[in-house]
Write a protein that binds this ligand. Structure first.
Ligand SMILES: Nc1nc2c(ncn2[C@@H]2O[C@H](COP(=O)(O)OP(=O)(O)OP(=O)(O)O)[C@@H](O)[C@H]2O)c(=O)[nH]1
Ligand SMILES: [Mg+2]
Length: 618
């Protein structure tokens, strides 16, 4: 059975504190003012043994309508709500508001105590059944919750109630344990000889005595974090422990911090995680209370999350308003950054008392401690953040582009990581496949534009939005057209396999090679492709262009030129016929060959004869 916290709820004076005392032997009202006025003002704490030796921590909350914010701070980490209704009064305004709050905070288990049962004899015999029916009519968890009639005064029903609480706790869902600790602070005090002690319910993770941690304090701007603090000692249920687990109420001795530096609303978080935990922009799933008025877009409300509060503007992301009892995704923009946890529940309260009592209008679940303002077109994206871990990771990666996310950050943001991670991994970082593909394309375009660019310069040119690991992934994907080293370059023009075949046929054709048309036919290739291959060979010095139709291999052409120069040096001049005989080919080839030599300024044509141009060597 995992550790758990029982929290009271119910209208003022209905006997919550008296019941906690009857269950645990501890009076949770410890302030002199509470004792004098006979009401609870601040949260009270106790612990005791239920049925079968089961240990439980208790948080007792005030019922007064002015102290609902304290009630919410007390209820945030509660596993089993002990919903107290005085039998003689029945449901009252804060009974209903506390019921709403427990439902919005998704307190996992509910046990109802109809207390002051010792007064039953003075009541109409039909009255208790009516009260019970009203409780059932609250709906949800109240429809099937155990209802136990008790008296704190006589002790009647207390054992049955202990049994009901223990039974309810037996099947509690687990808390996230594989995450860094998160402890919303609900009390700060100084202990003589020990220094500052903070207490709270450990919502997630485990804490170890001596461990370093951070304190995230609600802050007007961005984040406010005190790092490098150490938990000197830990106490659970009044006894020192070396480790505390999620679901336990923990007292942490933090000698490095002054009492005045911390207050309820701050949170103790794992070392190095404060910047992820704290945010003034929260993507949430919002659910409005059925009896509340319509919630308009841009409404200003008070957000209660963990033990903290902040003023919030509700952006319904494209919706004009939220009808009572409906739900949607939204972004809450806070006047200060609060420490939060994914899936943490919250409550929104308005500023006027509603007809049925109380000011609670909505609540919901935190999806994401964001860093940016959402717009209406982000509606679907925020919706995706409410899905299964794998699809949430995919949505986050998609949005982060080439900046990506580290596994550590994702685990902190989501409390867990799916076993199969989407995206492309490099080191500890993950990127959406589309982001790497996009970066690769940008890099290719950059290199093509500049032919070559130093690696570092290319990285800078792509901008800060591209994480160095994304750049490396992109560089590795450039493809064979590029050379990747300290310089990123276009590889020398890649040879077309058609060029090889054309070159072969030209060389074997000597001075009488196939024409472009004949090459196209014999290679079954397009004449433009043949033309391209021939021009590429000529450009590379492997062939000589005689006419557009006729190219000869560079080897045979050079050999012919050498022999012509040799002959002319010996004989002074040569006729076209003599030149044709020297080439050993038909006129069809000989004439263009001679004209090529003229163009090359090797020969000079004088009538039907050619001489060697002055200055021409070979
Ligand atoms: N007769 C009778 N009176 C009770 C019983 N339990 C509590 N009371 C009385 O009811 C009054 C209120 O009790 P508390 O326990 O302080 O009520 P509470 O719900 O904690 O009140 P707040 O914390 O101020 O909301 C006190 O005068 C108690 O003595 C009970 O079982 N029987
Ligand atoms: Mg009380």
């Amino acid at each position: 059975m995992r550790p758990f916290v029982v929290g009271t709820a119910g209208h003022i004076d209905h006997g919550k504190s008296a019941l906690v005392q009857a269950l645990t032997g501890t009076n949770p009202d410890r302030l002199p003012e509470e004792k004098r006025r006979g009401i609870t003002i601040d949260l009270g704490f106790a612990h005791g043994t239920l049925a079968d030796g089961v240990q439980a921590a208790f948080v007792d909350v005030p019922g007064h309508e002015k102290f609902v914010r304290t009630m919410v701070a007390g209820a945030h980490g509660v596993d089993v709500v002990l919903f107290v209704v005085a039998l003689d009064e029945g449901l009252m305004p804060q009974s209903r508001e506390h019921a709403d709050i427990c439902r919005l905070l998704a307190v996992p288990r509910t046990v109802v105590a109809l207390t002051k049962d010792d007064l039953a004899s003075q009541l109409d015999p039909e009255w208790p059944a009516l009260v019970e029916a009203d409780v059932r009519a609250l709906g949800g968890a109240f429809e099937a919750a155990p209802i136990v009639r008790v008296s704190a005064r006589t002790g009647a029903g207390i054992d049955t109630l202990k049994q009901a609480l223990a039974d309810a706790a037996r099947t509690l869902p687990p808390r996230p344990t594989a995450v860094p600790p998160m402890l919303p602070i609900d009390r700060v005090f100084s202990l003589k000889g020990h220094g500052t002690v903070v207490t709270g319910t450990l919502l997630a993770g485990t804490m170890t005595a001596g461990e370093e941690f951070e304190i995230a304090t609600p802050a007007p701007r961005n984040v406010s974090i005190r790092s490098g603090q150490r938990a000197r000692t830990l106490q659970v249920h009044g006894a020192s422990v070396t480790k505390a687990y999620a679901g336990q109420r923990v007292a942490v001795n933090v000698p490095g911090i002054e009492v005045a530096e911390v207050e309820r609303g701050a949170a103790l978080v794992g070392f190095g995680t404060g910047h992820i935990r704290q945010s003034a922009l929260l993507d949430v799933v919002l659910e409005s209370v059925p009896a509340a008025p319509v919630l308009k877009n841009r409404s200003k409300v008070m957000l209660h999350v963990g033990t903290a509060q902040a003023m919030a503007t509700v952006d319904l992301l494209g919706l004009g308003e939220l009808a009572p009892g409906e739900s949607t995704v939204a972004q809450l923009r806070l006047d200060r950054a609060l420490p939060v946890l994914r899936d943490q529940r919250f409550v929104l309260r308005g500023f006027r008392v509603l007809a049925r009592g109380g000011q609670t209008v909505a609540g919901g679940r935190i999806l994401f401690a964001d860093h940016r303002k959402r717009r209406s077109h982000d509606h679907e994206h925020v919706e995706a953040l409410g899905g299964e871990a794998a699809s949430v990771v995919a949505a986050l990666l998609e949005e982060a582009g080439a900046r990506g996310w580290s596994r550590v950050e994702l685990r902190l943001l989501l409390n867990e990581l799916p076993t199969k991670l989407p995206g492309i991994a490099s080191g500890d970082r993950l990127f959406a496949a589309s982001a790497i593909e996009g970066t690769t394309q940008r890099l290719r375009a950059l290199i093509r534009e500049r032919s070559s660019v130093p690696r570092e310069e290319a990285r800078t040119a792509l901008g800060e939005g591209v994480h160095p690991l994304a750049f490396e992934l992109a560089a590795a994907r450039l493809g064979p057209e590029f050379v990747v080293g300290e310089m990123l370059m276009i590889a020398a023009a890649r040879r077309d396999p058609l060029e090889d075949k054309v070159e072969q046929l030209l060389v074997s054709g000597g001075l009488g090679p196939p024409t472009a048309g004949e090459l196209a036919t014999s290679l079954k290739a397009d004449k433009y492709a043949i033309g391209g291959a021939l021009r590429a060979l000529a450009k590379a010095g492997k062939a000589v262009r005689l006419t557009d139709e006729l190219f000869v291999g560079a080897g045979p052409a050079g050999e012919f030129r050498r022999r012509v120069v040799e002959s002319l040096q010996a004989r002074g001049e040569l006729t076209t016929l003599e030149l044709k005989e020297l080439a050993g080919v038909s006129r069809k080839f000989a004439i263009p060959l001679c004209e090529w030599l003229d163009r090359e300024h090797v020969t000079l044509r004088v009538g039907e004869k050619r001489t060697l141009r002055r200055g021409s060597q070979s």
